[in-house]
Design a protein around this ligand. Structure first.
Ligand code: FAD
Length: 394
């Protein structure tokens, strides 16, 4: 018998953290409801990674083979110049910062695998969100829903968490001085499981194709400190202005972006909070400790956080569990959040001079035997951070 057997727990958000948490809570005997703002689950999306301790978590869920079966299959990454010539190429693991058996897959595929694994054990309510939240766990849902009391409410609703705003007030989001945008585009470059990167001053553009997808994804990373534009049309205009002078295939990508229906835009930011719980409300995943897309570790933090939170609730109960979760997770989060600012500096170069120098060095490096071994050194800090926690067995 665990300390949360039959406890009524509401999870806000059916992303990675929310579905993984729901799985573990149900495993420990809780009565779990997940409320998701989107009308329906979204498959596909951009690629994410399962690394280090998170691989152990997914393995303990018995889902690692399923996750591996939908790997993106991306085989290589190259940096290109304005003519499209591949200045430097390397295998996809080195390019994407993966070691050993780390798995890269589409975010929507991972969310689907996690969600399907909870079938029959977790109640989902799509198309709704928390409108009002009392620290004692009383929730009013949007669209005129009635109030309901839960033994615990967990915000797993991402970087812009509404649960966090309602329970902790505004704040806690720290911009790293860059923006990120991503959308599907026609694969006019004919990429076959390959990723191309074009680097301009203050702007980096990536295009990749993954196994089984006819479209490619275009991702834009660029620097700036203006406030985040509100609304998709304003965001698309903002991005187009930032890339107005850009060469290579960028004009074509921008044109395709104009029609994209899955356009995503945000600042590259981290969530940093003094505490992750208050009253009967706790946060998990990006809502509590977003490490930023630049860290490459957001998905793994979400998976590990879900495992530890559920496990500590089950063994220490609803009062002590959230504090023990935070004690165990915080050093792991700190180690992984350090990756964000360091990586973004490498990914987005400040000046034309830096771009020229970097291209020259990449060109030289590309001709060296054993370049993969040298580049693997860049991967080492990610691997160290990804394994910087000893997972308890619950
Ligand atoms: C462009 C991009 C690229 C990325 N690349 C990588 C990568 O390479 N490697 C990596 O590991 N990570 C990457 N990440 C980060 C990764 O996607 C997240 O860190 C990870 O998905 C965290 O999961 P989460 O469940 O905490 O949040 P999310 O995945 O953001 O899920 C939050 C969920 O809550 C829902 N929601 C939002 N608001 C509400 C509300 N008010 N009420 C109810 N539901 C709500 C959302 O619809 C969503 O389903 C990337 C992120 C982005 C944006």
């Amino acid at each position: 018998m665990t300390r949360i057997a039959n406890a009524r727990i509401l999870v806000s958000g059916a992303g990675i953290a929310g579905t993984a948490l729901a799985w573990w809570l149900a495993e420990h005997g809780a009565d779990v409801t997940v409320a998701e703002r989107a009308e329906e689950p979204r498959d596909g999306g951009y690629k994410v990674d399962i690394r280090g301790a998170a691989l152990t978590v997914v393995d303990r869920m018995g889902l690692l083979d399923q996750a591996r079966a939908v790997r993106t299959g991306v085989r290589a990454g190259s940096v290109v110049d304005a003519t499209g010539r591949r200045v430097a190429s390397m295998d996809a693991d080195t390019f994407g910062g993966r070691v050993h058996d780390d798995a890269e897959l589409l975010r929507g595929d991972l969310a689907r695998i996690l969600r399907e694994a909870t079938t029959g054990r977790v109640g989902y309510r799509f198309g709704t969100e928390i409108e009002a939240l009392d620290p004692d766990g009383t929730v009013t849902f949007a669209n005129g829903g009635a109030s309901e009391r839960f033994d615990l409410v967990v915000g797993a609703d991402g970087l812009r968490s509404r649960t966090r705003s309602l329970a902790f007030g505004e704040g806690g989001v720290h911009d790293l001085g860059h923006y990120i945008a991503i959308c599907s585009v026609p694969n006019h470059l004919g990429l076959d499981r390959e990723e191309l990167t074009y680097v301009g001053p203050g702007r980096t553009t990536l295009v990749y194709s993954t196994a089984g997808q006819s479209d490619a994804k275009a991702m834009f990373l660029f620097s700036g400190d203006a406030p985040r534009p509100q609304g998709q049309e304003a965001q698309k205009r903002f991005l187009t202005q930032a890339y107005a002078q850009e060469g290579w295939e960028v004009p074509r990508l921008l044109e395709a972006m104009g029609d994209a229906t899955d356009f995503y835009f945000d600042t590259i930011s981290q969530a940093r909070l003094d505490r992750w719980s208050t009253g009967r409300v706790t946060l998990v995943g990006d809502a509590a400790y977003c490490a930023s897309p630049a860290s490459g570790q957001g998905t793994s933090l979400a998976l590990v956080g879900a495992y530890v939170l559920a496990g500590e609730l089950a063994t220490a109960g609803l009062d002590e569990g959230p504090h023990r979760y935070e004690e165990l997770m915080r050093p792991f989060v700190v180690a992984n959040q350090k990756l964000g600012p360091a990586n973004i500096k490498r990914m987005v170069l400040r000046s034309r001079g830096q771009v020229r120098m970097s291209m020259r060095m990449l060109g030289l490096l590309n001709r060296l035997p054993g370049k993969e071994r040298m580049l693997a050194k860049v991967v080492e800090p990610i691997h160290r951070a990804a394994t910087a926690i000893t997972l308890p067995t619950y």
